[in-house]
Structure formats: C-alpha cells, structure tokens
Design a protein around this ligand. Structure first.
Ligand code: ZN
Ligand code: ZN
Length: 260
C-alpha cells in the first residue's frame, strides 16, 4: 500500500463513527458498543442492597429484604448490577434479540463493579454460565450468559467453565408460565459435570433473574454434584411489580427512547 492510501485508511479508521447499539447516535470510539450518554444513564443499585437476593433497598433499611427473611435457596446469595429496566434492560434485549454480542463486555463490566463493591467473593470461584438448550443455541447461535461469563471471568481473574452445566431438555418459555409451574417445568432440566464442580465454589451466571426458578434449579444440581457453595451473579434483577409487564418486541423496545 502506498503512503497516501495508507494514510487515508488510517484516517478512515479514526473518523468514521459507529452507532450506539441502544440509541443509534454516532460514536467515535470504534471499541465502544454504546455511547457515553447511554452508559452514564444506566440505572444501577445504590449502596443499600439485600444481602441475600441483591435487590436495592431503601436508604438505611435492614440488610435482608422481607422476601428473603422467609426463604431458603440452593445458592447462598445473589448479586446483580441493577433493576431490569431502562437502558440495562435494553442492553440485555439487544444482546439476545439483535445479536449485539459486543454488549456482553459493558454488561460484564457493570457486573464486575457490583461484585467488587459487594466484596464477598473469595477469589477461588469458577464462573459457570446458565446453559441454554441445544434448540435455543441452534436458533440464536450463542448463549448470552456464556458471552457475559467469559468476559466477567477475565475481568475478575477467575476460571471459566462453560461446560460445567448442561441443559438436558428443552422447556416451554419460562416467561409464559406461572411461578409454580416454572419450578416444576425445570425439574430434571439441567445436569452438572461432577469432575468440574465437585469441591469447588461456583459463581453461577445468568443475564436476568426473575422468579429465581432457573437459578434455583441450576444451584440444586451443582450442589448435588458436590459443589461446595453457589453464589449467583446476574446482570439485572426483575422487581416483582415488573413481572407482569411483557417484554414487547425487541424492535419496539430498542427504538423507544423511553426509560422503563
Ligand atoms: Zn446511546
Ligand atoms: Zn432479598
């Protein structure tokens, strides 16, 4: 390549903007999937969070929320970056629906920050993503929890074991089922690889926690396969009053400027 062509190609790399995956505005940093404005306006939890489920609590509240004080789970506690709404929700939907896989990196960064702030991980955990069925994988082409988990494990310096859990049978879409049926629906759905998880502490990873039925089913098989302890990390947490709100079409959500 001549010097002129070389100079022009370098210049093009610098000045041609990409578009923000959430709002579509121009970005001049080719490595950033979302713009600074969207990044700054992601709603995250504040300093007061439930020590069990990780949801944000009002200023000065007790360390455990009312729902958790009466509940036992197969995982010890859960951490999430923020509520499943607004730009965080858009990012998760865009990652899955329009295959904006570069969004896994900023999502993992938000989760890593929440985990560092929480401060309870020992540092010897293995990161295990919640698996999807072979049918889902064939349709979507990737597992979003695996993409986020790979990035998160690197950021936290933990081992990543994407094959430690397997979804052995497909289930109807969880979102369309009642809570009781969600729990039953997941019976016998996952299996854990004993050689990878026995005696280990697990950081189980998923994109969103809604009723917690999927996380509970995964944590149960991990414990049965000898895992010492399971901690759950999700990008977002669905508050109970949001559970009845349908997701809507991905296009509609991604092109609406409104926060929800
Ligand atoms: Zn934006
Ligand atoms: Zn709680």
């Amino acid at each position: 390549m001549g010097w002129l062509a070389h100079a022009v190609s370098n210049l093009t790399a610098i000045i041609v903007p990409t578009n923000c995956s959430l709002c579509g505005s121009a970005i001049f940093d080719a490595t950033a999937p979302i713009c600074d404005n969207c990044l700054e306006n992601i709603v995250l939890w504040g300093s007061f969070r439930c020590h069990k489920c990780g949801r944000g609590l009002p200023l000065g509240s007790n360390a455990v929320c009312p729902e958790c004080s009466s509940k036992r789970r197969a995982y010890v506690y859960a951490i999430s970056a923020g509520p499943y709404k607004g730009r965080l929700r858009k990012m998760i939907i865009a990652l899955k629906a329009v295959k904006a896989t570069s969004l896994a990196i900023p999502i993992a960064e938000l989760m890593a920050e929440a985990i560092r702030m929480d401060g309870r991980l020992a540092g010897d955990e293995i990161v295990v993503p919640v698996p999807v069925s072979a049918d889902t994988l064939a349709g979507r082409g990737f597992n979003q929890a695996e993409l986020i988990g790979d990035s998160l494990a690197k950021k936290l310096g933990l081992d990543f074991k994407p094959r430690a859990l397997k979804k052995v049978r497909s289930t109807p879409d969880q979102a369309s089922l009642s809570r009781l049926y969600r729990l039953r629906n997941l019976d016998g759905c996952f299996s854990a690889k004993e050689s990878l998880v026995s005696g280990r502490s697990i950081l189980l990873l998923d994109d969103v926690i809604t009723t917690g039925a999927t996380a509970q089913a995964c944590a149960t098989v991990l414990r049965a396969a000898g895992a010492r302890k399971v901690v759950l990390a999700t990008a977002a947490f669905t508050l109970s009053d949001d559970r009845t709100v349908p997701d809507g079409s991905a296009t509609e959500i991604l092109h609406s400027g409104a926060q929800r």
